[in-house]
Design a protein around this ligand. Structure first.
Ligand SMILES: C[S@@+](CC[C@H](N)C(=O)[O-])C[C@H]1O[C@@H](n2cnc3c(N)ncnc32)[C@H](O)[C@@H]1O
Length: 295
């Protein structure tokens, strides 16, 4: 990888233009106003990332949606999968997973118009990520994985599979939308009818019990939800470092005015210095004016 082009400032019109799409006659997911920034980040990142991956790159989207997002008055925007599929410096291979069959059918039609060779798997990414990764047969090429669940659907095994697929060079970059509010909410439940299922959900997300002491403190009121959320995020980040990632950074995303609640934490993991710089620049451009990043 070589030096990263310098970029400055934020222009929201340009930000939206980068991911805006024409109505293609297929369904689009209705989304809230904060979604375009999250999509723009992927677009800001992928262009320079694809430029530094001189021998090719892979793109995995494990929660691909249907390829388009309808943000109401803000307009129609490419989804993460379509952003990945329409990069000028094309991905060597794309693998997309979507559990909902209507979404998967739309995704297939939409993506195959621009990338007929994309692998599109309908099903649960917790079961199908390895199959998707196996289509990335050059184990020395870099890769970028978008992992965008709605809540606590993604098991730690997905992360491990993605991080371990590249055997020569740095592991695939991961962009994870971590549901801090989901962890906070689920862990705080004390109703005995739900505790076992909730604990199982968290065990899957973290791949173990590292979260449990925090949940116990949260349940007895020694930690409030915000404090516990910070702890869950910290544990998740540490686990990414323990997988070997040298750079793990996160930033919160909030709902817009009127509803200031935390929506998720965006967590980026990479061991490549240039990829980290590119992500930093992308974050500054996509989220300028919002709260600063946490490291
Ligand atoms: C937040 S949306 C992703 C949106 C997408 N990144 C975009 O830009 O349009 C999450 C998607 O994951 C799908 N999904 C939920 N659980 C899943 C699972 N276990 N495996 C694969 N997809 C899943 C949902 O149907 C939904 O379309």
């Amino acid at each position: 990888m070589f030096a990263v082009p310098r970029r400055r400032g934020t222009d929201y019109q340009k930000l939206f233009d980068r991911i805006r799409m024409e109505n293609d006659g297929l369904p689009a997911r209705p989304v809230r106003q904060w979604t375009p920034s999250k999509l723009a980040l992927i677009a800001y990142y992928l262009k320079p990332f694809s430029e530094i991956c001189r021998n090719g790159w892979y793109f995995l989207d494990a929660f691909a949606g249907n390829g388009a997002n309808d943000a109401g008055q803000l307009g129609l925007f490419k989804g993460s999968a379509l952003i990945g599929a329409t990069q000028q410096l094309r991905a060597t291979r794309l693998a997309l997973i979507e559990a909902d069959s209507d979404n998967a059918r739309t995704l297939r039609t939409r993506i195959h118009r621009v990338r007929p060779d994309a692998l599109i798997l309908e099903g649960d990414c917790n079961e199908r990520t390895r199959e998707a990764l196996n289509s990335f047969d050059n184990r020395g090429l870099p890769g970028f994985c978008v992992l965008d669940p709605e809540g606590l659907e993604m098991s730690w095994d997905v992360i491990k599979a993605c991080s371990g697929h590249r055997v020569r060079g740095t592991p695939y970059e991961l962009l994870i939308y971590f549901s801090t509010p989901g962890a906070m909410r689920v862990a705080s439940v004390t109703d005995e009818r739900m505790v076992a299922a909730n604990e199982e959900a968290l065990r899957r997300v973290f791949g173990g019990d590292a979260w449990l002491p925090v949940a116990e403190q949260q349940r007895v009121g020694a930690l409030d939800g915000t404090e516990a959320g910070r702890e869950y995020l910290g544990i998740y980040e540490q686990q990414l470092r323990d997988l070997g990632y040298r750079h793990v950074m996160s930033r919160p995303a909030f709902a817009h005015a009127g509803d200031r609640g935390l929506v998720y934490h965006l967590v980026f993991a990479s061991s490549d210095d240039n990829a980290r710089k590119i992500m930093n620049q992308g974050l500054q451009r996509a989220f300028a004016g919002q709260l600063p990043m946490q490291f």
